[in-house]
Write a protein that binds this ligand. Structure first.
Ligand SMILES: [Zn+2]
Length: 352
């Protein structure tokens, strides 16, 4: 069969008295990174299912009604018809789902379905989305291919059936002729309006981190990374440093010196301000860069005690609580003080 490169070799007979597995006897799918790219149609021209290309092969998939194996792939392309057969086969039956897998550059982009205010058409019982395998009984009712429930479709979605029993528009609607589509979802699908992405950078300025150069490297890397942050007008950024206490920075555009807020309670870390510790990246870019450039100098002669890395991360999480976001921690020392302190694992190494 085409694309069946993964055939399993028959198991070798047990060799002598040795119970040890010989790695050379373990069947492996052949992998050649320079092999030709396989062109793969997800269904045949007659509309029947087609075996997917080997998982190790490089392929260009064309979605003809079943999704590309890049997005969903079964470990077995032939499913045993009983549980007994499956267990005696000794092979796992699993579906690998990667909805955001990167397509091959030669593949057509996913088509977007926009039904306006009516949104995606779905089964009235199991909520399955409209797909090429839902069966239309007449111009208004369809039967779910998952649960067989019959649902009446919205007036805007009605369509007459052709002589072949299919909707006359099935070729024009991607959700009726493609295995995977994107949906433009209406408001009801959102819990709340999309929020601004927020990033909190938490930087180690303890004696060890300063001495090893970790602090300088982290600050320089962050400045470089900020250039490639998507949507800088929406993205919010916050800065935090820590040694034996935690320091936040109230960044204001045009301010030459950053305003530092110290959190001395490292056993119960908190956010020093209820809000305003994250600021829009684009409008405050110069001020943020300036703080990041000054941090290694500000702490150059740092002689503070036990670093409180875990407590600092906790304080950043507290600061982000009202809006959500991501903490990116740059640790150059083991957190041995305050909330969540770690103990050295013994010996003289002391490294964790
Ligand atoms: Zn259903």
């Amino acid at each position: 069969a085409p694309g069946m490169g993964m055939g399993m070799a028959p198991p070798a007979p047990p060799g002598g008295n040795s119970q040890r597995i010989d790695p050379a006897q373990i069947p492996r799918p052949p992998h050649d990174p320079h092999s030709e790219v396989v062109q793969y149609d997800s269904r045949s021209q007659q509309g029947s299912a087609v075996h997917p290309p080997a998982a190790t092969s490089s392929f260009v998939a064309k979605d003809l009604g079943s999704c590309s194996p890049r997005y969903m792939r079964s470990t077995m392309s032939t499913i045993p018809n009983s549980g007994d057969l499956l267990s005696s086969s000794g092979m796992p039956l699993t579906i690998i789902v990667q909805p955001l897998a990167m397509p091959h550059p030669e593949e057509e982009p996913l088509q977007v379905v926009d039904n306006g205010d009516i949104g995606p058409v779905r089964c009235g019982r199991c909520k399955a989305y409209m797909n090429p395998f839902m069966r239309f009984l007449d111009h208004t009712r369809f039967q779910c291919n998952f649960c067989t429930h019959v649902t009446e479709c919205p007036r805007e979605y009605m369509c007459n059936l052709g002589g072949d029993g299919r909707r006359r528009d099935w070729m024009e609607r991607p959700e009726l002729c493609r295995g995977s589509v994107e949906y433009n979802a209406p408001k009801e699908y959102m819990v709340r309006p999309p929020m601004s992405p927020a990033l909190f950078f938490c930087i180690d300025v303890s004696t060890a981190a300063i001495a090893s150069g970790a602090t300088t490297s982290a600050c320089e890397a962050i400045v470089r990374t900020l250039d490639s942050v998507p949507q800088p007008h929406r993205t919010l950024v916050g800065l935090c440093t820590f040694d034996s206490t935690i320091h936040f920075y109230a960044v204001r555009p045009g301010a030459s010196q950053p305003h530092m807020l110290v959190v001395p309670d490292v056993d119960e870390p908190y956010s020093p301000l209820p809000s305003g510790l994250v600021v829009p990246l684009e409008a405050n870019r110069e001020a943020i860069d300036s703080v990041l450039k000054q941090i290694p100098e500000m702490f150059a002669s740092n002689r503070h005690g036990a670093p409180v890395g875990t407590a600092a991360i906790k304080a950043c999480i507290e600061a982000l609580k009202p809006i959500g976001g991501r903490v990116l921690a740059f640790m150059g020392s083991m957190p041995t003080g305050g909330y969540g302190a770690l103990k050295p694992r013994g010996g003289t190494g002391g490294g964790g």
